[in-house]
Design a protein around this ligand. Structure first.
Ligand code: ZN
Length: 287
């Protein structure tokens, strides 16, 4: 297992972690100044400054990308399905322009939350079937663009509104059906916050192997947790054995970044530089 205690070369910062503190240009500037080598911007952050400026700023700062967040929200009623497809095609084009190593897919839950305006449904099985169909459709374009898709299983508490793919095993089943040859075009994000509780996590990470393990997101599970989405902890402040999970990832062949992705009302109140410095410190001591 790689030793993270001496430096932070494998640290990446997901843009959401400091989303309220500044725009993408400010995030790029702060990361470059602190010697953080990689970021994962979000689409709304890129849109706010413009794609061309975002590309230029990232290039000028010599930052690598660990991913691009995110496409998805693919579950919709008939009237909104094309809109979702078009939107995901645009996300793919942006990921290519930004030279991201993969495009993260948060697939969406029930249609009324995934694509607001859609007719309500309680049919979770249909939502899951639609996710698979839509990932398959996007995958054709992704292959042509040489942009890997990274499907992110989400914690089951988010199944209704954000993601109805809820375990690594379920995500890998979809990968295996859509990409039998394990070509590298389709894989998964392992986010410790979403997956830590899963008794099959270790064996599913093994099953995924290097070809499917496209990204690794870190944060921590606080007890108690006060909000379903925006109460993630800084690594080391909660109950997830992050080094153990990283060990499983690396044993399976993962050699990429550990990306700090913290949705937190608490951390959003701290100055950007403080959050980044604590992330660097915890990357060395708790990841
Ligand atoms: Zn994540």
């Amino acid at each position: 297992m790689r030793d993270f205690s001496g430096d932070h070369r494998w640290l990446a910062v997901n843009g959401i972690t400091v989303d309220r503190q500044g725009d993408l240009l400010a995030i790029v500037e702060a990361c470059a100044r602190l010697g953080i080598a990689a970021i994962c911007p979000w689409r709304h952050q890129v849109a706010a400054v413009g794609l061309a400026r975002a590309v230029r700023a990232i290039e000028n700062a010599d930052l690598a990308l660990s991913g691009y967040c995110r496409a998805g929200m693919m579950v919709a009623d008939a009237d909104h399905r094309q809109e979702a497809r078009d939107d995901n095609r645009r996300a793919l084009d942006e990921a290519v322009a930004l030279k991201a190593p993969c495009l993260v897919i948060v697939p969406g839950g029930l249609p009324q939350y995934s694509r607001p305006g859609s007719l309500p449904s309680k049919d979770l099985a249909a939502a899951r079937a639609m996710v698979e169909e839509e990932v398959g459709a996007l995958l054709e374009h992704a292959r042509a663009a040489a942009m890997p898709l990274a499907l992110e299983p989400l914690h089951p508490m988010l199944a209704a509104d954000r993601g109805c793919v809820n375990s690594l095993g379920q995500a890998l089943d979809i990968c295996d059906r859509l990409d039998r040859g394990r070509t590298g075009a389709l894989g998964v994000v392992v986010d410790v916050y979403h997956c830590w509780w899963d008794p099959a996590l270790e064996s599913q990470i093994d099953r995924a192997g290097a070809a499917r393990l496209l990204a690794f997101h870190v944060s921590d599970w606080l007890v108690p947790t006060n909000h379903l989405l925006n109460d993630r902890g800084m690594m080391g402040d909660g109950v997830i054995d992050i080094p153990a999970i990283r060990g499983w990832m690396e044993r399976a062949g993962y050699a990429g970044h550990a990306e700090v992705e913290i949705f937190s009302e608490n951390w959003w109140r701290h100055p950007m530089e403080d959050v980044l410095r604590v992330s660097m410190e915890r990357h060395r001591s708790a990841v």
